[in-house]
Design a protein around this ligand. Structure first.
Ligand SMILES: NC(=O)c1ccc[n+]([C@@H]2O[C@H](COP(=O)([O-])OP(=O)(O)OC[C@H]3O[C@@H](n4cnc5c(N)ncnc54)[C@H](OP(=O)(O)O)[C@@H]3O)[C@@H](O)[C@H]2O)c1
Length: 240
């Protein structure tokens, strides 16, 4: 009789634990993510993705800096901060959340990225004196990164969404279409996380088509600068 009570009590507790974990966590795939850069995009995505069960390792030029440690604390989960090259060791996914101008230098300094998914949200920031985007060079940052790390799987995405919308994406009710292009494995991962974030993934093509996302960002930047009031429909309030 006592054995039976213990058996049923254990079964009940097990079921309760499963229900509670499904209710209070949103873990769908618990990857380790190296977030290279601790600015607006890195910190917004780091906090959002940590909340859904991913382990965030920030890759910072100064992991011990007070602001970096404050971000680690605000991110929660098992978050930590290391140098960029240290952060990618053991990471399944790497995000290059750094200024456009230093992207290639940063990727080249990360070491072996073979087999990893690398996400590129960077934007060309060639702006003229009127604030208008100068048409980007033909080759995108993602194409350049792929030449540096040919055995990694790349996707460009989120470059036309303001960082402010990335941290609390699911609570804003935005339902924005977010473009993605790149290698199939990376696009599949991005499609999943964008859906989790309550965005609507919109596939544009492969790595070569990532250049279209940069042109799209530049076009929508100019729409905004030229005073077009409908740019919100493109999900493009001020993206820096
Ligand atoms: N802000 C937006 O709304 C937005 C939206 C979509 C896409 N983007 C694009 O996403 C990328 C990141 O944007 P962000 O707004 O997060 O930029 P940010 O606030 O300026 O942060 C960039 C981070 O990159 C790291 N970094 C590494 N090397 C650097 C260097 N040489 N100089 C300066 N920073 C360096 C820094 O982190 P550590 O000091 O810790 O190393 C810095 O905090 C950019 O390419 C941007 O165009 C921005």
């Amino acid at each position: 009789m006592r054995k039976m009570v213990t058996y049923y009590a254990r079964g009940f507790l097990g079921t309760l634990a499963l229900i509670l974990s499904a209710t209070f966590t949103q873990i769908s795939y618990a990857d380790t993510i190296a977030m290279i850069g601790t600015g607006a995009v890195g910190s917004a995505l780091g906090k959002n993705w940590s909340n859904r069960g991913h382990t965030i390792v920030y890759g910072s030029r100064d992991p011990a800096r007070e602001s970096t440690q404050a971000l680690v604390a605000a991110t929660g989960g098992n978050a930590s901060a290391k140098t960029p090259a240290e952060a990618v060791v053991g990471a399944d996914v790497v995000v290059i959340a750094v200024p456009w101008a230093v992207g290639e230098e940063v990727v080249a300094g990360l070491g072996d990225l073979s087999g990893k998914i690398v996400i590129d949200p960077t934007n060309p920031r060639d702006i003229n004196e009127a604030g208008l985007s100068v048409p980007p060079s033909l080759e995108s940052s993602t194409e350049k990164f792929k030449k540096i790390a040919p055995n990694a799987f790349f996707a460009k995405t989120l470059n036309h969404i303001p960082a402010e919308f990335m941290e609390f994406s699911e609570t804003l009710g935005l339902n924005y279409h977010v473009s993605v292009a790149g290698d199939e494995a990376a696009v599949n991962w991005v499609t999943k996380i964008l859906t989790d974030m309550s965005f609507v993934p919109a596939l544009i093509g492969g790595v070569r088509e990532t250049r279209l996302l940069e042109a799209f960002y530049s076009s929508t930047n100019n729409m905004r600068v030229m005073g077009n009031s409908h740019t919100i429909q493109f999900g493009t309030p001020p993206v820096r």
